[in-house]
Design a protein. Sequence first.
Length: 318
Amino acid sequence: MNIVRRFLVIVVALAATPAAVHADSNPWSRGVSADKQAAASTLFAKGNKFMDDALWDQALAEFRKALTSWDNPAIHGNTAICLIQTNKPIEAYKHMKRALKYGAAPFTAGAHRQLLAYSKLLNGQIAELDIRTTQPGTVLILDNRKVATGPGKAHLILKAGRHRIVANRADHRGRNELIDLAPGKHHQLTVDLESWQQATTYHRRFRPWKTWATLAGAGVLLAGATGLLLQADRDLSSYKLSINNLCPAGGCTADMVPALFTEVKDRGQRFNTAGSILLAAGITTALTAAVLWYLNRRQKRTKQTYPHPLNVGSGYRQ
């Protein structure tokens, strides 16, 4: 008799003859009628015979029927064993938890130790995940299966390892990422999405003050040019008026023009030259400011991916 068969004999001995007359003497019997306990015991015994011959699927069918009558830890234990043998670790894990719900109380010490050994085996393959979203309309998909719609949550029992999470919501930036679930751990994960508006930022090539400073410089140059050109116009107009008064017919020679008149004309010409230079510089600077403004317009940037991946952490021991 191999170790699995020996273990089954131990568990069988616990529930093959349920104490129907003491239906309320333990939590798993409370509220279960004697007839239901008897029916479950009969099915349980049939399942045990199939297990003796390693007919796991047939045994499993009997145990499933038995559980509809009596939620008994020993039946859950044998169900878990059949599921392990048929390579269904996730369902086996669920039944093993039900088998061990009341601790060692339903079993002999040896049977309980054997169940704990199988539970440890399952824990090395299984992880639990509590996943939730707080946002209305967010849809969470795990491995191509919808598991929750926000606001909502789901408790999942999964094979340990890598799984794909997809989260979508209208007008929001979705997520499509892989997460790693460590075996024997209970992980927590909240998935909330960022709206496209939140994901959109605006940037400039450089600080706006540079454009405004250039424009202000252009204003100073143009103001200076205007002042010089106005003064030049006044000086040259004054010179022409003085010459016309001195020489109405224009018959004056150069040596007849007073030096004061010549100084006014020379000053006007200097102001005109300086004003023209400043005017050209001001126009050039203003054009430069216009180019800077164009180059420094706000540019929209929309982040397509999240800066940090989903993190389920290391979880905690079950």
